[in-house]
Design a protein around this ligand. Sequence first.
Ligand code: ZN
Ligand code: ZN
Length: 466
Amino acid sequence: MAHRASPMPAPPLDPTTLGDLLRVASAPDYTRWEDQIRRAGGCSDPIHLTGWTLHKDRTTGETLHHYTTADEPGGRLRLACGNRRASRCPSCAWTYAGDTYHLIRAGLAGDDCRDVPITVRDHPRVFATLTAPSFGPVHNRPDRGACRCGAQHALDASELGTALDPATYDYAGAVLFNNHAGQLWQRFTTRLRRELAARAGLTRRELADRLRVSYGKVAEFQKRGALHFHAVIRLDGPEGPGTPPPAWATVDLLADAIHAAAAHSYTSVSVPSVGDQPTRSFRWGTQLDVRPVKAFGDGSDITEQAVASYVAKYSTKAAENTGTLDRRIGELAELDRHQVPDHTRRLITACRDLDSLYPDRRLWAWAHMLGFRGHFSSKSRRYSTTLGTLRQARADYRATQEATALGLDAREPDTVLVLTDWQYTGHGHTPGESALAASIARDLQLNRETAREALQDQLALEGAAA
Ligand SMILES: [Zn+2]
Ligand SMILES: [Zn+2]
């Protein structure tokens, strides 16, 4: 039985919040408000909509159902904000992490729907970490001995990852690397296909007829503010996950091709010299970790379960562990108000200083991401189901529930005309609503943890039986 963390304790309420909370809780439509927030997963910053939907019979013009937000609490419908960042909305981040977990695990173990059959477990799969190069020495905790500064830093020391010598550290290079990391990944995947073709004695065109490379990846910021990518890379047959890869496509061959592709000179991105900035050519760092993914661990390999958990965990974090802000920066003075650490402040300042030199790179707009402007998690088309599909499934489920309640699902779909008109009218909570929503979110989280534990117990049983 897995250990269950106790739910987060509720923070103490100030008298103003308490007064507002009692106002909300004693309102006659409180249960309807609570229902909205529960449906929104306890979202801390829900989107407010006003509007209506009208179901009409196409033939007779008869109104079958009319829904309007005029009857809802405050005349509004509140929907989940859907933010993936735990620092912005913990409950929506939970939903996002759960979806990402499902997406990555589906690509490794298959899922119940037609997209990914369980035979993908027999395909070669690895979990690879591609790191950033060095931009200058940083304070660290070496396996033996002390940091180059002479100190033995504690595990949580704030100096870790910061420049040993800020005067010579290449902050500009660091943010330009983050900014170009997506392109470097593209070059890497192109080169990987060539390396695979070369190992099989095939042209790239011949390779495409026999094999397909699929991946799902997530970006993570190291403490020094440099981006690295964790990726599940899988080899499929020519038609994707439903077809077996050729016999010569082994895990060892895939791992070997990844190492060669990452190190190849093609896998680089050149940034021209502008102003006082030199010409730069970005490559991956020399640290490259490639590990086979096994269905069930025997202790030596990483398991599907572990990979999916790891990726899901990082999917809800942006660059927050570097102390940067979790939203766009309007002016540098905001960094003082939020006590952004010096190393991160220098990276953000570099984004501002370079913005006019590389205007098409939009470095200042992405300064809060230390220059990175790509997607935090992304995947190739055939890796598994998509987040959009998962959200659609969830929305369809709700719509079906409502339609069933109305008896509308018994009708042929094309006999019903649906008219809608929605307007965005704002977002968020009052202080009392916020405290209540947090309590609903804690409640839902506890339910999710209980459900996940049951799943883990079931997987452990499957593992033992395998
Ligand atoms: Zn939310
Ligand atoms: Zn040090």
